[in-house]
Design a protein around this ligand. Structure first.
Ligand SMILES: [Zn+2]
Length: 107
């Protein structure tokens, strides 16, 4: 099973899911990789029907904010079984990160 990773700034302890070269909090430039919990809950989501041109073949798709068990928020694609509704607060599980660096969760 793949794991979800974040970068932790060793100076100020902030966690970042998106790659960073400089810590926006303390301007430190080195990070350590830490594994994140694979489970979270759906905080909010939206379904994209009219995507940017480069994602046009993938619509409609769901973008969700997932709150992980450690309190960190991750923006991710959310896969849902056909005909199933997304509920705020639903448990979401990390599947993988795609080749573009987008985390994918499912409920
Ligand atoms: Zn920092």
């Amino acid at each position: 099973m793949e794991s979800l990773y974040a970068l932790r700034c060793p100076k100020c302890n902030k966690l970042y899911v998106a790659p960073k070269y400089v810590c926006p909090n303390c301007y430190n430039t080195s990070f350590e990789r830490v594994e994140l919990p694979p489970n979270g809950t759906v905080e909010t989501y939206t379904t994209i029907h009219v995507p940017p041109a480069k994602y046009k073949d993938e619509a409609p798709y769901n973008i969700a904010i997932i709150r992980l068990e450690n309190g960190l928020y991750v923006t991710a694609r959310l896969l849902v079984e056909e005909g199933k509704a997304i509920k705020i607060g639903a448990r979401a599980k990390y599947i993988k990160t795609d080749s573009r660096g987008i985390p994918i969760f499912s409920i």
